[in-house]
Design a protein around this ligand. Structure first.
Ligand SMILES: [Zn+2]
Length: 173
């Protein structure tokens, strides 16, 4: 298991390119170039796309740049930049998926606690603000605090595919 297996859409060169393009104002809402839309269209959950769960309106994927092993993103399948633009049905499925992500992480990792939340807009720390996404990640007593964690990429002790397997096995329902 290595980064060689990582789904191509998650590759850092793509992220860097997308971020630069968005900062320049080009294609800020271009669904065809949105990494999350590409993930949404990447098919059934698998070790290759790192999607843990896929529903009718929302999905859960391993964060390719995790702050802790087991860090997932919960997203609507539809390209929506504003939380207020989610339909009631999308909001409901996003929330139930978030609940399942919390339960799955608790089962798989038995953490001391969890963080969940969203960075809305680049000023709040969102790397890809054009497509709403919630973070859910396990925390342990004594680890770095969340605000420090989100400021930089951490070296991860566990391969993403292993995290994907652990969470997939522990996923409720
Ligand atoms: Zn998108």
């Amino acid at each position: 298991m290595s980064f060689a297996h990582l789904w191509a859409g998650w590759r850092s060169d793509y992220i860097v390119e997308a971020t630069a393009r968005e900062r320049s104002g080009d294609h800020a809402h271009d669904e065809a170039r949105c990494v999350f839309c590409r993930l949404a269209a990447s098919g059934a959950p698998s070790e290759d796309n790192l999607v843990v769960w896929r529903g009718e309106l929302a999905f859960v994927v391993m964060n390719a740049y995790p702050y802790a092993s087991g860090h997932v993103l919960v997203l609507p399948l539809r390209h929506v930049s504003a939380l207020a633009d989610l339909t009631p049905a999308e909001s409901a499925e996003l929330w139930s998926a978030t609940q399942h992500a919390v339960t799955g992480i608790e089962t798989a990792y038995e953490p001391d606690g969890l963080n969940m939340g969203a960075n809305l807009g680049r000023a709040a720390g969102a790397g890809l603000p054009a497509h709403v996404h919630l973070h859910v990640l396990p925390r342990w007593s004594g680890d770095t605090n969340f605000m420090t964690s989100v400021a930089e990429t951490r070296v991860m002790p566990e391969a993403l595919q292993l995290s994907w397997k652990r969470l997939s096995d522990a996923w409720p329902g």
